[in-house]
Design a binder for this molecule. Structure first.
Ligand code: HEM
Length: 506
C-alpha cells in the first residue's frame, strides 16, 4: 500500500499500458508465462520448457560484481554548454567556442557502502561526469570535496579496507578506520571536510559542489601547457545536514530528491570553474601543488561552462550500473599531471571495469563514444561493435576498408623530466596547515557541529593510543580544534598536546 504512491511520483508506472507481445530472447512468441509445462497435472516439470529454463537462467545471472568502491550510486543524463573559447589553454574541442553543447552522463555515489546501502552515510559523495565530446569521451571522476585522504595510490587499497565493513563482522567500524587514519596524518585536512555538516553531509546531490581533485595538464594547439583543477559549483547552492538529520534521513533520500526534481523539470545545474597554474607557479607554492590533499588557495576560478541534468535514465542497470568512468579517459588537450594518486587511478579503473563488466564494456550505450571507434583491438567476451576487413594490424600498405592509421597531429605532449628512480615521500608534506585554516574558516556553529560529528565516531575507538594520536593531529592543525575534540572524546588535553609536540612536523 505504501509503495504505490512513491512509484507513481517516480513515474515508474507510466509505461505499463504500452504492453508489447512477449517473446523469448530468440524472438519466438511466448504463449504462457505463468504455468510451467509439466508431465500431466501433478507430474514433474519438463526440461523441454525452454522458455522456463531460459527465464530462470537469465534471472540467475542478473547481477554483475558491484563496484569495489562507490557501489551505491544514482545516474542522470544532461548537457554541458561551454561558455567561451578556451583554445588558448586547451585544444579540447568541447571548450573551443561559446555555446558549444556536449551531452553528459553523471553518476553520484557514496564510497564505502554496498550497492543497497543507505545514502546518508558519512562518506564523500562521488561526482563522476562523462562528456561525450566530438573527439571521444572525457571523464572527470571526482568527489564533493576538493581534496582526498591520501596522496599516493599505493595506500588506496589499505585506506579502503580500513573504511569498508569489517572482514569479520561485515559492519563498518571506526576502530579500524581511525587505526588507519591515526597513522595517516595527511588525512587530517580531508577529515575536517568530511565531518562538517555543509560539505560532509549534503542535503541532496543537487546541493553539493564537485571537484576533479587532482591537477590535470591542459595543452593547446601550439603545445603550450598549463595545469588545471576542475570545480563544479552548484547553482542550487550548498546545503548540509546535521547529525540528527542524517540519522533520520530516508535511506534513498538523495536519489528520490534528484529524480523527483528532474521529473518535475527542476533541472539541477552546475557551473564548471577551472583554476589554472603554470609549472613555474606550482613550483613556488609553499606546499606540493600536485599533492591531492591540498587545495590551491587564492587561485582564481575561471568559468568554463554550465552542466544541466535533465533526464532520468530509462534503465538503472544499463546506464547507472554498467556505466564505467575512468580518470584515464581523456581527449586531446587534457592530459595527466604527475599527481601520484592520479597516476595510480589511470590504471585502476579500466582494469576493474574489464573485470566488473567485461572486456567490451566500452561498446555499451552508456560508455560508447559518439564518435566512431577505429583501432585494432578486437574480440573478447561479448564483442559486438561492427568491424570489417581483414587488416587488423598497423602499419600496413593496405588502403582497404577497415584499415586504420594513426593521426600524428594528436601525438601526446612533451615535457621535461629529471631525477633518480626512487620510492620516497614528497618533500613538502605539510599535513596540517590547510586543515587548521579550514577549521578557522568555519562559523562557531559549524565548528561545534564538526566536533560533535567527529566525536560521535572517535568516541567509539577503544584503543586509547589510537584515539589520542588521532586527536593530536587535529591539535596540530589548530590548538582550539584539538582541545575541543579532546574534551569531547574524554581525553586528557595535556596528553594530546604532548603527542602533538612529538609528532614530527613535515
Ligand atoms: C589511487 C587511488 C584510487 C583508486 C585505486 C580508485 C579506484 C576506484 C575503483 C576501482 C572504482 C570502481 C570503478 C568501477 O567499478 O567502475 C572507483 C570508483 C570511483 N572513484 Fe576511485 N579510486 C581512487 C581514488 C579516487 C579519488 C581520489 C577520487 C576522487 C577524486 C575517486 C573517485 C571515484 C568515483 C567518483 C568513483 C565512482 C565512479 C562511478 O560513479 O562509477 N577515486 N575508484
Amino acid at each position: 500500500m505504501r509503495v504505490l504512491p512513491v512509484l507513481c511520483v517516480m513515474g515508474l508506472l507510466s509505461t505499463a499500458a504500452l504492453a508489447a507481445p512477449m517473446t523469448q530472447d530468440s524472438g519466438a512468441p511466448v504463449g504462457d508465462n505463468e504455468n510451467s509445462k509439466t508431465a500431466g497435472p501433478d507430474g514433474p516439470v519438463l526440461l523441454e520448457d525452454f522458455h522456463l529454463i531460459e527465464k530462470l537462467a537469465r534471472f540467475d545471472r542478473e547481477r554483475i560484481p558491484e563496484r569495489v568502491v562507490h557501489a551505491r550510486g544514482t545516474g542522470a543524463q544532461g548537457v554541458f554548454v561551454s561558455s567561451e573559447d578556451f583554445s588558448r589553454y586547451t585544444k579540447a574541442s568541447l571548450f573551443a567556442q561559446p555555446g558549444k553543447e556536449t551531452p553528459v552522463f553523471v553518476r553520484f555515489s557514496t564510497v564505502m557502502g554496498y550497492r543497497g546501502s543507505a545514502e546518508a552515510a558519512r562518506d564523500p559523495r562521488g561526482f563522476a561526469v562523462k562528456f561525450y565530446t566530438d573527439q571521444g569521451n572525457w571523464d572527470v571522476v571526482g568527489i564533493n570535496e576538493p581534496i582526498f585522504f591520501i596522496r599516493d595510490a599505493i595506500k588506496f587499497p589499505d585506506f579502503v579496507h580500513a573504511n569498508k565493513p569489517s572482514a569479520i563482522t561485515n559492519i563498518q567500524d571506526p576502530n579500524l578506520a581511525f587505526d588507519f587514519f591515526s597513522r595517516t596524518p595527511e588525512s587530517t585536512h580531508m577529515l575536517t571536510y568530511l565531518y562538517s555538516d555543509l560539505i560532509g553531509m549534503p542535503a541532496s546531490y543537487r546541493e553539493m559542489d564537485g571537484f576533479g581533485v587532482h591537477a590535470f595538464r591542459l595543452v593547446n594547439a601550439k603545445g603550450q601547457q598549463i595545469f588545471a583543477k576542475f570545480h563544479w559549483r552548484s547553482v542550487q547552492g550548498l546545503k548540509g545536514m546535521t547529525l540528527e538529520q542524517q540519522h533520520a534521513a530516508d535511506p534513498n533520500y538523495a536519489t528520490r530528491d534528484l529524480y523527483n526534481n528532474i521529473r518535475e523539470a527542476h533541472f539541477p545545474k552546475w557551473d564548471l570553474y577551472v583554476q589554472l597554474l603554470t609549472a613555474e607557479q606550482i613550483a613556488q607554492l609553499p606546499y606540493d601543488g600536485f599533492d591531492d590533499t591540498k587545495t590551491w588557495d587564492n587561485v582564481p576560478e575561471v568559468k568554463f561552462g554550465t552542466m544541466t541534468l535533465n533526464k532520468v535514465p530509462d534503465n538503472y542497470f544499463q546506464y547507472t550500473e554498467q556505466s564505467a568512468f575512468a580518470p584515464g579517459v581523456m581527449v586531446p588537450g587534457i592530459e595527466p599531471s604527475p599527481d601520484k594518486m592520479l597516476q595510480g587511478r589511470l590504471f585502476a579503473y579500466a582494469d576493474t571495469q574489464r573485470y566488473r563488466i567485461g572486456t567490451n564494456y566500452q561498446e555499451l550505450p552508456v560508455n560508447r563514444p559518439l564518435v566512431k571507434v577505429a583501432n585494432n583491438n578486437q574480440d573478447g567476451s561479448m564483442s559486438s561493435a561492427p568491424r570489417v576487413g581483414e587488416v587488423n594490424y598497423e602499419p600496413s600498405t593496405a588502403k582497404q576498408v577497415g584499415a586504420v592509421t594513426p593521426q600524428p597531429s594528436f601525438r601526446l605532449s612533451e615535457y621535461p623530466v629529471s631525477g633518480v628512480a626512487q620510492q620516497t615521500a614528497i618533500a613538502k608534506t605539510d599535513d596540517f596547515s590547510q586543515a587548521g585554516e579550514l577549521w578557522r574558516s568555519y562559523s562557531k556553529q559549524d565548528q561545534s557541529n564538526l566536533v560533535k560529528n567527529l566525536a560521535s565516531d572517535l568516541d567509539q575507538v577503544r584503543d586509547h593510543g589510537v584515539k589520542a594520536r588521532q586527536v593530536s593531529y587535529f591539535y596540530k592543525a589548530d590548538r582550539d580544534y584539538g582541545t575541543r575534540l579532546a574534551e569531547a572524546t574524554h581525553l586528557d588535553v595535556d596528553e594530546v598536546a604532548a603527542l602533538a609536540a612529538k609528532e614530527v612536523s613535515h
